[in-house]
Design a protein around this ligand. Sequence first.
Ligand code: CMC
Length: 428
Amino acid sequence: MSKTAELKIGDASYQLPLVEGTENETGIDIGSLRSESGLITLDPGFKNTGSTKSAITFLDGEKGILRYRGYSIEELAEKSTFIEVAYLLIYGELPTPEQLSAFQNDIKVHTLVHEDIKKILEGFPSNAHPMGVLSSLVTSLTAFYPESLDPNRSADKVNLSIIRILAKMPTFAAWAYKNEVGHPVNYPDNELDYCSNFLKMMFALPAEKYEVDPVIANALDKLLILHADHEQNCSTSTVRVVGSSQASLYASISAGINALWGPLHGGANSAVINMLENIKKDGGDTKKWMAKAKDKDDPFRLMGFGHRVYKNFDPRAKIIKKAADDVLAKLGVNDPVLDIAKGLEEVALNDEYFVERKLYPNVDFYSGIIYRALGIPVDMFTVMFALGRLPGWIAQWKEMRENHEPIGRPRQIYVGENLRPYKGVSER
Ligand code: CMC
């Protein structure tokens, strides 16, 4: 017999089915609650609400576990490549050598973007934030591929939209940066792998020879793997909700980019570096800034600390912290903010306020330090996150579509005025 939870309200009692996942996570299915009792559940910020059943990413915030399709993030970061991980997330299994090579070739065929996209790019002032440029260029694909507007097309056609966005996103990301610095754009080089091609489009200058440094390309590849999916976070939920109205893949991804932009989500990586710079300028007194973070009358928060689901440690942060040491050593970079970051982490990990609230460094605490060592400017950090998260967004959008999920539409408890008569201006 399937298990149920009993909910008692006054004299009435309701049997609600329990739903169990493959890792024994259990939820109460409240789908019938409203029709049976007239009640809804209230959970601002969806802190304890499951929005879907998903087979993509497993995360245990208490134990610090993160797995894509059953593979541990530690193993994938060490042994896999971003393109292989993208395939795994989107199609559910690791590719065979033939599948991987076909996937890579398909992506290479579509790296070029329509020349008219350059005109859209030129319309942006050079101080435009690259996240705004990126989301706009992604939406513009709906105009260049109008057939993509219909997500109910055949699986092959939907797959073509998927390949196109995977292929064009590095071009858009690099061009958003070129717009910012006022340099001519570079076209994709299909001789190169995914990350090397991006780096060349980003950094090559017409008057200079540019060789991709494999240390930089490998470090970027690892960072993208670590960001590739994170189950039902703010931007991914946005992608799924927007897609649930049958908006196109490109419109849904563009919405995800905008959700990621905020400093409480993907924007935290730039916010961390800005914070560390401010602490440095202020004399490096970490204790003073810790006190500010704890002061409820001060809006300052320790950026890169805390997480909605990780209440022990963020496994991505562990890998990134080590990678930061390795990359900086390999590139011979000595970044003084790394010492401030380590000092801040040490103080926070021993501070009652942070320990009590289970606030630990998250993925964004050290990623900015690596991006900076790779030569990536601060306001491009969140663009890097978007590049990494893209396969996760695609996989989640595809799963939502294939499961025929209903339109996302939460309810509310209304707390406004009751019905009152309207009075014209002269009567007021
Ligand atoms: N600095 C100081 N206090 C904090 C912080 C912080 N970074 N994060 C949480 N708290 C406190 C918060 O004030 C609250 O205290 P109290 O119980 O006394 O009211 C308690 O800890 C719980 O915080 P919350 O805001 O209710 O937790 P949340 O799950 O709603 O928010 C968070 C999670 C990540 C938005 C938040 O921890 C935060 O703002 N962190 C800084 C921004 C950041 O680093 N974001 C990147 C997240 S990782 C990348 C990603 O996947 O998006």
